[in-house]
Design a binder for this molecule. Structure first.
Ligand code: SF4
Length: 323
């Protein structure tokens, strides 16, 4: 192997640990590239910025289908909310491995630290993820490598185990010290945000799944507006002009607009019936100052109109998905 350039492909979210994992490998002359996954539940922006700071080649990879499929019945179960972390990590690492093998990388790596997170990064979970994703022969965790069994990459001399780390536990002081030494001026919080861990959003997603409407596009759509459960459908009602614009722009579902008076935009996703659209109109009307019947028109094609009285706030609350 002497003289050959070793290439490693890492998965980073934009958090500090992933950045440090990259730097630890770069310090021993390994050519590092990184990817960040995106989906309706997390984006790749922080990963992109981290790669700029690190000065390494980077790309984002769409993970929507993989993660949405896991939301129906994840083999390892959910965390506290709708987050199937073990299987999500395993699917990410499997995908990372596929890309690495196809493109001739020597190994893959992540910024995981043993014991960093009680559920998803304890020693048992790390082993489980590695086994499920069949990455035993190719996955390195540089930040905790010295307290894990040696990998084939270390045994074959591709990576100098002595220059890897032995981080263990939830403490962040060594990472922060290293960030300072490397000159990372702003220090991202570990992990970044994943909507699947948000209780309110998880509630919405469960409703979508249970009605049979869960897919990537709808999962993205229910991030906006108030949400109501209708018959085989959900209704979304904008809470501000900004939300109305976003819902309009997304172009998903049947869009309803109130005529003649200011009011929110409504979107119906699912069973397209006059009953559902009339009920959605009544709900939308309840957020206007109307004192009499209100008319809404379908603006996403068809020009159908629906006229009805506003629903009482008490009745409305029966349909609303609360956070
Ligand atoms: S927090 Fe979200 S992105 Fe991270 S492993 Fe869990 S489900 Fe996947």
């Amino acid at each position: 192997m002497a003289g050959e350039i070793v290439r490693a492909l890492g998965a980073i979210s934009g958090g500090l640990d992933g950045m440090l994992a990259c730097r630890v490998l770069m310090d021993q002359g390994i050519r590092v590239e990184a990817i960040t996954f995106n989906s309706p539940f997390f984006d790749a922006e922080a990963g992109k910025q981290a790669a700029v700071v690190l000065g390494i080649p980077w790309r984002e990879v769409d993970f929507t289908v993989d993660i949405v499929n896991l939301l129906f019945d994840p083999p390892s179960g959910f965390g506290k909310n709708m987050n199937p972390c073990i299987d999500c990590h395993a699917a990410m690492f499997g995908k990372l491995k596929d890309i690495a093998v196809a493109e001739g990388f020597d190994f893959i790596f992540t910024g995981e630290v043993v014991g960093q997170r009680p559920m998803s990064q304890n020693r048992g979970s790390l082993n489980r993820v590695r086994n499920i994703s069949s990455t035993n022969d190719i996955l390195l965790r540089p930040l905790s490598a010295k307290i894990l069994d040696p990998t084939p990459m270390e045994q074959e001399g591709l990576v100098d185990r002595e220059k890897l780390l032995d981080l263990n536990g939830r403490g962040r002081s060594r990472q922060l010290e290293m960030a300072k030494d490397y000159g990372f001026s702003s220090v991202p919080s570990p992990g970044g945000g994943c909507l699947l861990t948000d209780p309110g959003y998880a509630n919405r997603l469960r409703v979508l799944r249970d009605i049979g409407l869960l897919n990537g596009e709808n999962a993205r759509m229910i991030r906006t507006g108030r949400m109501f459960v209708l018959d085989g459908a959900v209704g979304l009602v904008g809470r501000s002009s900004d939300e109305n614009d976003r819902m309009l722009e997304a172009g998903t579902g049947i869009q309803l607009d109130i005529q003649g008076i200011p009011g929110p935009l409504g979107v119906l996703i699912g069973k397209n019936t006059a009953e559902n659209l009339t009920l959605l109109t009544a709900i939308m009307a309840s957020y206007t100052k109307a004192t009499g019947p209100v008319t809404a028109v379908v603006i996403s094609g068809g020009n159908q109109t629906f006229t009805t009285e506003r629903i009482s706030s008490e009745d409305r609350s029966r349909y609303m998905v609360t956070l």
